[in-house]
Design a binder for this molecule. Structure first.
Ligand code: VGL
Ligand code: ZN
Length: 193
């Protein structure tokens, strides 16, 4: 199913800390970049709205181990690890959605505590194509929220990668998304030649 007018592209957390050499590197995280760049170019040429979320934590964020959380410090506001991957193509027309930006609250979903829903509604978006990092956390949570809000949801399976704390976490996440009504698609199917 190709991306078309009335759709939006949501690119979740393609940031240095989730890629090779980052503090919370997702195995092969950087491999999504060329796939996503293809989608972004396709969307740019068709004036499809695009939303790039970023994990945007303060230094003392509740999700960090030293604060009793599950994760090593990552995506600290303004630091290199929080920057988008240097090869990720972000058109100037795209919206950047910062999340989990206050110390005492974590947010995996790009909808949680952000203006994303309002922006999608303002633009009369009905279907969202979702790609990025990580499959088993922020992609999953963003997609579940999109489903709850009534969007038709397409997960671009070659444009996502998972942390896999347990080896099958990503496949379980995709199963759950499938059960909840999301479509699993590929970047090949998402663009129409
Ligand atoms: C994420 C773990 C911690 C994600 C964010 O973007 O999937 N995962 N913070
Ligand atoms: Zn985080």
């Amino acid at each position: 199913m190709a991306i078309t007018t009335g759709d939006a592209l949501i690119v979740v957390d393609v940031q240095n800390d989730f890629c090779e050499g980052g503090s919370l590197a997702v195995p092969g995280g950087e491999d999504v970049v060329p796939v996503i760049n293809g989608l972004v170019q396709y969307c740019e040429s068709r004036q499809i709205p695009m939303f790039f979320s970023r994990d945007w934590h303060p230094e003392n964020h509740i999700s960090f181990k030293e604060q009793g959380g599950p994760w090593p410090p990552h995506c600290v506001q303004g630091q290199k690890g929080a920057a988008f991957h240097p090869e990720l193509y972000i058109p100037s027309s795209a919206a950047v959605i910062s999340k989990a930006a206050s110390p005492d609250k974590d947010a995996y979903s790009a909808f949680d505590g952000t203006e994303l829903l309002e922006m999608l509604r303002d633009q009369s978006i009905l279907r969202v194509f979702i790609c990025g990092l990580a499959t088993d956390y922020c992609v999953k949570s963003t997609a579940l929220d999109a489903l709850k809000e009534g969007f038709e949801v397409f997960i671009v399976t070659d444009g996502i990668k998972g942390v896999n704390v347990q080896p099958d976490d990503s496949s379980r996440a995709l199963e759950e998304l499938d059960q909840q009504g999301a479509w699993l698609t590929t970047s090949y199917e998402a663009v129409e030649f």
